[in-house]
Design a binder for this molecule. Structure first.
Ligand SMILES: Cc1cc2nc3c(=O)[nH]c(=O)nc-3n(C[C@H](O)[C@H](O)[C@H](O)COP(=O)(O)OP(=O)(O)OC[C@H]3O[C@@H](n4cnc5c(N)ncnc54)[C@H](O)[C@@H]3O)c2cc1C
Length: 437
């Protein structure tokens, strides 16, 4: 059986492939199990809606591969109960470096009476091969590049040779939007219409990006007014599309080499650096996770006067004096996604405008995880640690109030780099939920 957690897809899924190949060798059928639980930290109606939208494509894709699909939800979500019913000879799971799913995996491993194999299905280079925490992009890049010939290849899509035969006593919920009815989750953040979950929607977004934006990606990626990036992060976060599918499409496209390389740098080097950070640094969601030089400089500037001071609520309600920051916050709250260039500015200003770096860190993680569809992800923790704590960055001069040696971004220079007025106007048109007002 395949215990699907992070890699929520049937397409190009290395963990599912291992289950299918093992089943074929053992002449056994394969079933995938998905248990929907309400206690994923900081997830809410917005993120769960996106997740549930992806289940139809999973079910359809598994049928094509002769693999069964059993879907259950809390309180009937338990893997050990399911295992007692189907009595698998082998359980294959996918990996996730985040604290909570990692803990669930350990609990399950102790309870199972059959082998549990896990596969790092959502990275190009398996994260265990990097052995320890890497200092920066420049240290992980050569290590990753040296392994790309081996790992940047299509995972393939094998089919189970012994088709799964469902049996009546094995309860499975139908895939429908009713799955969330009465589910005990936080409903205070509404779903968005800007993104629809699922592998098909992810493939459409990838095709659109290749067709319309990849060819000028290296120029346009820092222009929030132009939407020049792929907007694939929610799909990558939920595993609706895997990094192999995206990386190979871009690598083999006709776009200029500079654009392909710039994109693959983000998708592979930066993304896998973030995964490395979360896998090997137990303080990934706390200020303590950053380097000693950064902690020192922030401490030295702890008592600096702040020109503006805001509470978490004021920030959440986009109530600052800065129209660009407010627009970025509103883009995230209303559409479930903020442009990457502004994420840096957004986080740095929270550092500048709150009482302490610890408070700033906590507020940024809370807002990011609450509103971004791609939140609760290694990229978010690494991004916030980079912006506020110089993680994977270096010390910068001249030293500034509050920031010390952490790299600074000003309103004047940031808003000059793109048509910030156009961006702010566009965000104003966004209705809550993401569509145009
Ligand atoms: C403060 C801050 C918070 C962030 N929070 C998140 C988050 O919660 N979830 C998230 O997925 N990303 C986060 N990022 C990283 C990055 O901003 C987003 O991944 C990117 O903007 C998503 O848009 P896209 O898919 O159009 O990116 P593209 O430019 O099209 O890039 C393609 C993919 O590469 C990866 N990628 C791009 N930029 C980065 C980066 N800087 N670091 C790591 N991977 C990257 C993402 O998986 C992205 O989907 C954060 C960055 C910062 C500075």
């Amino acid at each position: 059986m395949y215990w699907m957690q992070r890699a929520q897809r049937a397409l190009d899924n290395p963990a599912l492939n291992v289950a299918i190949e093992a089943g074929n060798i053992l002449r056994k059928p394969v079933v995938a199990f998905f248990g929907l639980v309400p206690f994923y930290p900081n997830a809410n109606l917005r993120s769960y809606t996106f997740l549930v939208q992806g289940l139809g494509d999973i079910s359809h894709g598994l049928v094509q591969k002769n693999v069964g699909f059993v879907l259950r939800r809390f309180p009937d979500h338990r893997l050990d109960v399911f295992c007692a019913q189907v009595r698998p000879c082998l359980v294959v799971g996918d990996e996730n470096p985040m604290r909570e799913p990692e803990r669930w995996r350990k609990v399950v491993a102790e309870r199972l009476r059959v082998p549990l194999w896990t596969v790092d299905a959502d990275v190009i280079v398996p994260s265990a091969l990097l052995v320890k925490e890497q200092y920066a992009a420049r240290t992980i890049r050569p290590r990753i590049r040296a392994l790309l010939d081996e790992f940047l290849v299509s995972p393939g899509n094998p089919k189970a040779r012994t088709p799964w035969q469902p049996f009546k006593e094995l309860a499975s919920l139908p895939v429908s939007s009713d799955l969330l009815a009465g589910f005990p989750i936080d409903t205070s953040v509404q779903p968005v219409s800007t993104f629809h979950g699922g592998t098909r929607a992810a493939l459409d977004a990838l095709a659109r990006f290749e067709r319309e934006r990849l060819s000028d990606y290296s120029n346009q990626r820092n222009h929030p007014d132009l939407d020049g990036t792929s907007q694939l992060s929610p799909y990558l976060h939920f595993g609706h599309i895997g990094p192999h599918t995206v990386a190979l499409a871009v690598k083999n496209s006709n776009a200029p080499a500079a654009d392909r390389e710039a994109f693959l740098e983000q998708l592979i080097v930066r993304r896998e650096l973030a995964i490395n950070f979360v896998k090997f640094n137990p303080s990934y969601d706390r200020l303590q996770g950053v380097e000693p030089w950064a902690l020192r400089t922030l401490k030295e500037h702890k008592r600096d006067e702040r020109e503006h001071l805001y509470t978490g609520d004021q920030l959440e309600n986009a109530g600052t004096h800065d129209p660009l920051w407010n627009a970025a916050q509103q883009q995230m709250a209303r559409s479930g996604w903020m442009h990457g260039y502004l994420r840096m500015y957004w986080a740095k200003k929270i550092l500048e405008w709150t009482r302490s770096a610890e408070d700033a860190f906590e507020i940024a993680i809370r807002l990011n995880d609450r509103y971004e569809l791609d939140g609760r992800d290694p990229n978010g923790y690494a991004g916030i640690a980079w912006a506020m704590g110089g993680k994977h960055d270096r010390a910068w001069g001249p030293e500034r109030p509050v920031y010390g040696k952490i790299r600074y971004m000003s309103y004047a220079s940031t808003s000059r780099k793109f048509n910030s007025k156009g961006y702010i106007e566009r965000v104003k048109m966004l209705a809550p939920g993401g569509g145009d007002d």
